[in-house]
Design a binder for this molecule. Structure first.
Ligand code: SF4
Length: 358
């Protein structure tokens, strides 16, 4: 252990096959050993070198001297009545993040975090209320998924969504590495990055040879209301964002998902649906409507629209030729629903006064 109490041995969890082979090269083992070790960690979820009995004892000892395989510690776990489980993970330095396991018929969606907090301060988001935190490493991103895989009986199709704490495009290097590590077990086609739409990040993502699905947090059909909800819109206003998205290299048969939070009396009128449809015209897009999940730290006047209004909004979008779905509330009895994630390890920053004009 170092003076900080953090184990200085590199965590093999964040290395893809080539990186693992390079890390093991100084031990002088043949290349197939790296494959065996990679398979043990990522396919069998072996965390202890002693459990890798296919390796000779001296090699197991040498591995344990130089490396470790560590999952984030589960600090708390809450099971919702609907089967959703929310996890609070504690990382090596004491930072905490949340992740959510959402079972749904024959598939499973894990919602994971890319940062231990978020500086972007979207007003509908509890993570934003708590304020900035550090970027997660690739090992910490993979670790959330592997920790849930090791604790929950996961059968059927596994999807990953980066919709937990943090903005993935602000931590793209670690996200990319984590995706490369998980690629042999979870294809990028089953992974979705959710972003507020940071233009430099979108450009970089567009250059990746294999890209995950993309979801854009839109939430309002014009700059005035989007800036009220999302301060980042002042830096990347809607016309610039939409131009960047029209240029984004989508693979055939793929669509962009637009997330649209519905707040009663704020952005849920028929004319808002018309404006939203006009904004998305010509894009291969689907809209995911999310009735607001209230939380004690969010403005009290904000409420979700009545179910009939949500339905009317969806139907209006469909009349414009858009595919629109309504996200079911999952895990709201354990504060695991969309926008409700926080990590209670520190004091909230709160929203800045200048943001509270609504
Ligand atoms: S919605 Fe996403 S980008 Fe906005 S504050 Fe929350 S975590 Fe950050």
């Amino acid at each position: 252990m170092s003076a900080s109490g953090i184990d200085p041995r590199p965590n093999l969890l964040g290395l893809d096959r080539q990186e693992l082979a390079a890390a093991l090269a100084p031990l002088g083992e043949p290349a197939y050993r790296a494959r065996q070790i990679w398979d043990a960690i990522h396919l069998r979820l072996a965390l202890d070198f002693e459990a890798m009995t296919e390796l000779a004892k001296p090699l197991r000892r040498s591995l344990a001297e130089h490396f470790r395989v560590t999952l984030p510690a589960v600090a708390d776990r809450h099971l919702s009545q609907d089967g959703t489980t929310k996890f609070l993970f504690r990382l090596d330095d004491g930072a905490t993040v949340e992740a959510v396991d959402i079972p749904d018929r024959n598939r499973r969606t894990l919602c994971i975090s890319s940062q231990a907090g978020c500086a972007l301060a979207c007003r509908f988001c509890v993570t934003g209320y708590w304020g900035a935190g550090r970027d997660l490493t690739a090992a910490e991103i993979v670790g959330q998924v592997w920790a849930i895989r090791s604790l929950q009986a996961i059968e059927g199709r596994l999807n990953l969504v980066f919709m937990g704490m943090g903005e993935p495009l602000l931590n793209l290097a670690a996200v990319r590495r984590a995706l490369a590590v998980m690629a042999p077990t979870i294809s990028p086609r089953r992974i979705t990055l959710s972003t507020v739409g940071l233009l430099p990040g979108l450009e970089e993502l567009g250059r990746w040879p294999e890209r995950p699905n993309l979801a854009i947090s839109l939430h309002a059909p014009d700059d005035r209301r989007r800036s009220e909800l999302m301060p980042v819109n002042r830096t990347h206003p809607l016309p610039e964002l939409m131009t960047a998205l029209r240029r984004y290299p989508l693979e055939p048969r793929r669509r962009l998902t637009f997330e649209y939070l519905l707040i009663a009396g704020f952005n849920d009128a028929d004319r808002d649906a018309d404006q939203l449809a006009a904004l998305l015209r010509g894009l291969p897009a689907k809209v995911n409507l999310i009735p607001l999940n209230p939380d004690p730290v969010l403005p009290h006047a904000w409420q979700p629209p009545a179910p009939e209004r949500v339905d009317a909004f969806r139907a209006r979008l469909e009349r414009h030729g858009l595919t629109a779905t309504v996200r079911r509330r999952r895990g709201d009895d354990v504060a695991a629903a969309c926008g409700q994630l926080r990590a209670f390890g520190r004091e909230p920053r709160g929203f800045r006064r200048s943001q509270l004009s609504l």
